[in-house]
Design a protein around this ligand. Structure first.
Ligand code: HPA
Ligand code: ZN
Length: 346
């Protein structure tokens, strides 16, 4: 929690958080011990002998120090970190640790993302992760009263064929998955490259979203494809997409189509000046776009949980308490809970 009691207290929706990105150094250390693994960083060319050493490596990934290194240092830490996830129990423990923390922060509904291929390519069976995540979802709902839906993301630096293969592998678990997304490195990987899997998923009843990271090559074209073309007529949501704020026609399109945007402002400070980040969040909100403020990969950036992102939006974007409440109401509108569950949140 933060020192902002209002933000701590109000019911919140987290719609953009990668479960693998909630793997704290403490949990990673614990899982490594349990699975009898040692921990290394390729980038730092280093073996971690203690939890303290591991925590220090995380300190190197803070927003200001990561600038210029780009996303690659983050990706390496993120994909490297998840090697400790081996068993059903590991995936369960990862998810429930985050859900417990979310509940403590006042989150009442969560759409949590997970990667599939990042695990299968390490030799983990899809059933292992889905069963672990499935039991954590049930536990969160029954024991914590926190409603959870999952969003399955495909790695866009892998092939569209591999995405389709994993889409089909995941169909037996369709009940716990509300939507699909695309994440990882978008360099020269436009959303429409994955048009076929998106059209198929739409036909099968999934909601559609796609990452458009900040300040990428072709950033406006990627946002345009997501807003106007993915799934035939455009996706239901854009993850990030902050640069749309620079193009009035894109803002108008997103607004009139009722497409929601999940923004994780603190993470963008890696790429943009702080004034621009919060100025753009503000501009989208003032234009009447449905936005949600979430955390993305909170364990890999200091002070980056949902409450921190909301507190920073308030301080640096000038959001009043009433506007913070409006953000939560807009989040209810754009989220993928059942109409019943939405009614209870309003
Ligand atoms: N961008 C793309 N892929 C990701 C991210 C991100 O910020 N976090 C986890 N996977
Ligand atoms: Zn993300």
């Amino acid at each position: 929690s933060t020192n902002d009691h209002f933000i701590n207290r109000i019911p919140k929706l987290e719609l953009h958080v990668h479960l693998e990105g909630t793997l704290t150094p403490e949990l990673r250390w614990q899982l490594a011990q349990r699975n009898d693994m040692s921990l290394h960083s390729l980038r730092l060319n280093k073996t971690f002998h203690t939890l303290e050493e591991l925590k220090e490596a995380y300190n190197l990934l803070q927003p200001r120090s990561i600038k210029g290194v780009g996303l690659s240092a983050f990706f390496e830490a993120y994909y490297g970190g998840m090697e400790v996830l081996q068993t059903e129990r590991d995936f369960h423990d990862l998810a429930i640790a985050y859900f417990g923390r979310a509940k403590e922060m006042g989150v009442v509904y969560c759409e949590a993302m997970f990667d599939v291929q990042a695990h299968t390519r390490r030799g983990v069976e899809i059933g292992t992760l889905m069963t672990g995540l499935g039991s954590a979802k049930k536990e969160a709902e029954v024991e914590l009263g926190l409603k959870v839906n999952y969003i399955m993301c495909f790695l866009r630096d892998l092939s569209p064929e591999d995405a389709m293969k994993h889409y089909e592998l995941a169909l037996p678990y369709q009940d716990m998955i509300v939507g699909i997304g695309l994440d990882s490195n978008e360099y020269n990987r436009p959303p429409l490259l994955f048009g076929e899997v998106y059209r198929r998923a739409k036909k099968d009843g999934f909601k559609l979203t796609c990452h458009c990271d900040v300040m990428q090559k072709d950033t406006y074209e990627h946002i345009r494809q997501v807003a106007c073309e993915l799934g035939g007529t455009g996706a239901d949501r854009i993850d990030h997409g902050l640069d749309a704020a620079e193009i009035p026609e894109l803002v108008e399109k997103i607004k009139t189509k009722g497409i929601g945007m999940t923004l994780c402002p603190w993470a963008y400070v890696r790429h943009h000046k702080e004034e621009n980040v919060f100025g753009y969040v503000r501009r989208l909100f003032d234009a009447g776009v449905l936005i949600n403020v979430s955390s993305d990969s909170p364990a890999y950036v200091e002070s980056n949980w949902i409450v921190d992102n909301l507190r920073l939006s308030k301080m640096m974007g000038g959001f009043t308490d009433e506007e913070i409440v409006k953000l939560q109401m807009d989040s209810v509108d754009m989220c993928w809970a059942s109409e019943d569950a939405k009614g209870q949140m309003r």
